[in-house]
Design a protein around this ligand. Structure first.
Ligand code: SF4
Length: 332
């Protein structure tokens, strides 16, 4: 056998293979969406935040339309080039709260690890789209040391980027590190992966979760009922079967979900999938996202509508993040 033929080919997990098929290029996407030459002009060939869209979500977009709620969340549009007063590149001032290279300590009892800059998809409204992530340090030793010293930290939030972008070995080693810190009671995952690539919740990942003795909490991020389909619900069910609560947060976005019927359908579909709607976030004032703005008053109207039309546990709390505040600021 020659050296070449004896080399083992490493088989990527299915979810990685699927992720590699994401749309990353303007020309592939506008072709796929069958956009007319007039509509193509409205899509930015190169957004400041690069295009990254899983096929599953692209398949849900109406062809030859620029107003589709899925498209508006993920496809860079000309509107992003409008500069607006009051909008900045870093509205939440996260770097001020860094305690180690990857750990943010903003709230009492909780700290957040920026596990990675990578995501399953790139959302146009993301408040971390301009964040300069630390990528030189491999592993989480410094962050774990900080957590071990801060004995009031009972919950660690794994965010990013998306923590599920890490491979299972990396996640396992991080969870094993947390396992050794007795005052950490809970580990919370914030992830949008299940919406774009539900295959990520595979047996290998579930074994990583199962091996942890900490209470795990899953927060997914779903903004529109069309994001939630039976494949997504089935994948989440696998997590729920491990005794892991799954909650959802939504960002309120003009042209996506600022509508009574859509939010009601979203809440009902989430509850049907065993997922509790948790927060409805007013969007963060990131430069280039002013076209998504929904006023506080409209947000209140929408939540009041939900109060009248569905069960109390299906009504998310309307909040915004204000830098320096000890938690989310409740608007209603
Ligand atoms: S998945 Fe989350 S972190 Fe990643 S771009 Fe979307 S909103 Fe931002």
């Amino acid at each position: 056998m020659t050296a070449l033929t004896s080399q083992k080919t490493v088989q990527l997990p299915l979810w990685r293979q699927i992720q590699r098929q994401n749309f990353l290029r303007w020309d592939d996407l506008v072709e796929y969406l069958q956009l007319s030459s007039e509509l193509r002009q409205k899509v930015l060939p190169k957004g400041r935040f690069p295009l990254n869209l899983p096929r599953r979500l692209a398949q849900k977009i109406q062809k030859n339309s620029i107003n589709d709620p899925i498209l508006r969340q993920f496809v860079p549009l000309q509107e992003e080039e409008t500069l607006t007063d009051g909008y900045t590149l870093e509205p939440l001032q996260d770097p001020k709260f860094l305690q180690s290279k990857k750990l943010l300590h903003k709230y009492q009892g909780r700290a957040l690890i920026l596990t990675t800059s990578a995501c399953a998809m790139h959302c146009r409204f993301c408040f971390r789209q301009n964040y300069s992530y630390e990528t030189e340090t491999i592993g989480f030793e410094d962050d774990l040391t900080y957590i071990a010293q801060e004995t009031d930290l009972s919950e660690i939030i794994l965010s990013g980027g998306d923590p599920l972008s890490l491979n299972d070995g990396q996640l396992q080693s991080l969870l094993q590190g947390l396992e050794l810190i007795p005052h950490v009671k809970r580990v919370r995952f914030h992830t949008r992966f299940p919406i774009g690539i539900p295959e990520r919740l595979d047996d290998s990942f579930l074994q990583v979760l199962e091996a942890s003795s900490k209470q795990i909490v899953f927060i997914i991020h779903c903004n529109h009922p069309r994001e939630l389909d039976s494949d997504v619900a089935d994948a989440l069910k696998r997590v729920q079967k491990l005794g892991i609560p799954v909650l959802n947060q939504t960002v309120l976005l003009k042209g996506v979900n600022d509508d009574e019927a859509i939010l009601l359908e979203l809440s009902e579909s989430l509850v049907q999938a065993g997922v509790l709607p948790y927060y409805l976030h007013l969007h963060d004032l990131v430069q280039g996202t002013a076209h998504f703005l929904v006023s506080d008053e409209r947000g209140k109207e929408l939540v009041q509508y939900l109060h009248k039309h569905t069960s109390g546990y299906a009504v998310p709390r309307l909040v915004r993040e204000v830098p320096g505040q000890p938690g989310k600021t409740l608007i209603l």
